[in-house]
Structures are given as C-alpha cells and as structure tokens.
Design a protein around this ligand. Structure first.
Ligand SMILES: NC(=O)c1ccc[n+]([C@@H]2O[C@H](COP(=O)([O-])OP(=O)(O)OC[C@H]3O[C@@H](n4cnc5c(N)ncnc54)[C@H](O)[C@@H]3O)[C@@H](O)[C@H]2O)c1
Length: 300
C-alpha cells in the first residue's frame, strides 16, 4: 500500500494489514510484486495516473489503473504504448461492464438473439458538483462509452451537444450521437446534475430480431423478441446477486487477476488500457465537436 500522504498510507495499510510505503519506487524495490493497482486521482480524476503507471511498467509490473486512464490524451497514448513495449498486461477499472447481467446481454447479442444490431441508447448520470470545464465528460463517460463499445464495437463518428446548468463552469449535461465503424448508430445522454434517487444507468440495444434493456448497471435486464409475446427478465436476486455497486469493483479486480493467472496475453485483457484509451479518444472527439460544431471522425 502506497500513498504519498503518510497519514493516508498508514491508515489504509493498518486497515488492510500490509506495510505502508510513501514512495512507489521504494515499494517496487522492497516488495516482490506482480501487479500495481493505480488508484490515484488528480485533475479531472485522471492526471495522477500517468507517473505511477509508467513507473510500474518500468519496474516490470502488470497494471490495473483507475478510470479515466488519463485526462490528458497524449499521456494516455504513452501509457498504452509503454505497456505494449514492455509486453505487460494493462487493465483499466471500467467496472460497469463487469456484472452478470452485462455478460448475459453480451451472450444474447453474440448468439444472434437481437439479429443484426441497429442502434444503442445509453444514459449515465449522477450528482457531482466539481466544476472543471470538461470534468463530466472526461471523468464519468469512460464508463458509458466503454459499455457502448463493449456491445457495439469501435466508434467512428462523434457529434456532441453540451449544456451547463446555471452557475456551473462544467459542461454538466451531454447529448452525444455516435456512429460505429460497423454502421450501428448510438446515442449517449449524460449528466452530473442528477441525484442518486434516480437509477444511474440505462443501456438499450436493438436489432432486427430483438431488443434488450439493461437497467442500472446490474439491477434488471429485459429481452423482447420481435416475434414473441413473451419477455425474458433477469432481476438481481437478493440471494446470490450483487449486493451493491461495490461488488462491481470486486468483480473487475477478480477478472484481471484471473486473466493474469491464466496467462492471458496483454492484447486479450478485458477492459484493457487500449479500450480505455479508445473511450478517451471518443471523449476528446466529443469535446472537439462541441467546440467546432462539426461531426468529428476518429482515426482507426
Ligand atoms: N471505477 C469507478 O467506478 C470509480 C469510482 C470512484 C472513483 N474512481 C476513480 O478512483 C480514482 C481515485 O479516486 P479517489 O476519490 O480515491 O481520489 P483521492 O484523490 O481521494 O485519492 C487518490 C490518492 O492518491 C494519492 N497519490 C497521488 N499520486 C500519488 C503518487 N504518485 N504516489 C502515491 N500516492 C499518490 C493521493 O495522495 C491520494 O490520497 C480516480 O481516478 C477516480 O476516477 C473510480
């Protein structure tokens, strides 16, 4: 456990029953580590991930990093390139896709139950009063865009309209159109002006044979088939289901460790650094679209 603020490191180390360090390089030298979990924050919750991630890769460690991979797109690109250069695994905590109903919905889509996928509608909103200009897009929407990419693939075109509520510097509301490379069309509604009284996330995917709605990350998943009057519903059970949002962190961390234990290749890591970088590229394209009024095309 390492935090540059000694008191915080000591508190967390005591709670976890491990040794406290105040300098990551000292920790890397003193301990026989396999993985470094980078949970720093910084500007737009992402500016402090770069230094520890690069240092961990230099020390030969696999990295699981918090989102956003970085709020600085150049540094995000460097982080992914460094992991590749060192042949190390790089995962990002895009925890919203690590839930049993999300896996089930993906299974349905891959088995062709939706037919040819035509469109996706995504919504993600919470309350967050922090007020950097693009904080809402850069810090929150790695999650929503990752879920959209998980179901529909790579995004090619982005068009964004942003609204800030009265008194805010942050563009706290977003309406973003997207077109995927495979032709699927999608939309994202986002906000930092809501409260936790609302369900925070909704993902709807529809094709030529059916449509599913995944409500609130893992709470409820429903499948409608065009040619059937019956619907399939999976509701998170109070017996054996996820007990709260915190379980999504457990599931994501578990999957990273599981993939490493299985000897997965860096390019096969789920929700990888490269995936997180792609989500961040979409966010930067949305910011550019807002600033120019243009539809922005992403390079492959
Ligand atoms: N995946 C999710 O759903 C989710 C939810 C909440 C937060 N997050 C992410 O978690 C991250 C951390 O959030 P937080 O609220 O705990 O931030 P925080 O600022 O409270 O904690 C970050 C800690 O990192 C320490 N730190 C920074 N640079 C360091 C360095 N080089 N060496 C050692 N310690 C260093 C700081 O001293 C601080 O204590 C953010 O990136 C945030 O986006 C993700």
């Amino acid at each position: 456990m390492c935090d540059k603020v000694q008191e915080l490191a000591d508190q967390a180390a005591a709670r976890l029953g491990v040794k406290a360090y105040y300098d990551m390089n000292e920790m890397f030298e003193a301990e026989q580590l396999d993985i470094c979990d980078v949970s720093t924050g910084g500007v737009e919750n992402g500016s402090d991930h770069y230094a520890p991630t690069m240092a961990a890769f230099e020390a030969g460690l696999h990295v699981l990093c918090e989102k956003p991979i970085s709020n600085n797109i150049e540094q995000a690109r460097e982080m992914v390139a460094k992991g590749r250069e060192k042949g190390l695994c790089f995962g990002v905590n895009l925890n919203h896709r690590f839930t049993p109903p999300t896996f089930k919905a993906k299974e349905w889509a891959e088995a062709g139950r939706l037919g040819e996928i035509n469109f996706i509608n995504m919504a993600l909103w919470i309350a967050n009063p922090r007020d950097d200009e693009f904080f809402h897009l850069r810090a929150l929407h790695p999650h929503s865009i990752d879920v959209m990419r998980f179901f529909c693939g790579s995004i090619e075109y982005v068009q964004a309209f942003l609204k800030r509520s009265e008194g805010r510097t942050c563009w706290s509301n977003a309406s973003i159109n997207m077109k995927f490379r495979n032709g699927i069309v999608g939309h994202l509604t986002g906000s930092y002006d809501m409260t936790t009284r609302h369900p925070m996330e909704r993902c709807e995917v529809a094709g030529t044979k059916g449509r599913f709605v995944l409500d609130n990350v893992y709470e409820d998943l429903t499948l409608w088939l065009h040619d059937s009057e019956e619907v399939t519903n999976i509701h998170n059970s109070i017996f054996g289901g996820l007990t709260g949002f915190g379980d999504t962190f457990r599931m994501r961390i578990h999957r990273f460790c599981e993939q490493l234990a299985e000897g997965a290749a860096p390019e096969d890591i789920d929700a990888s650094g490269a995936d997180a970088l792609q989500a961040q590229e979409v966010i930067e394209a949305a910011i550019k679209s807002h600033q120019t009024g243009e539809v922005v095309r992403l390079e492959v």
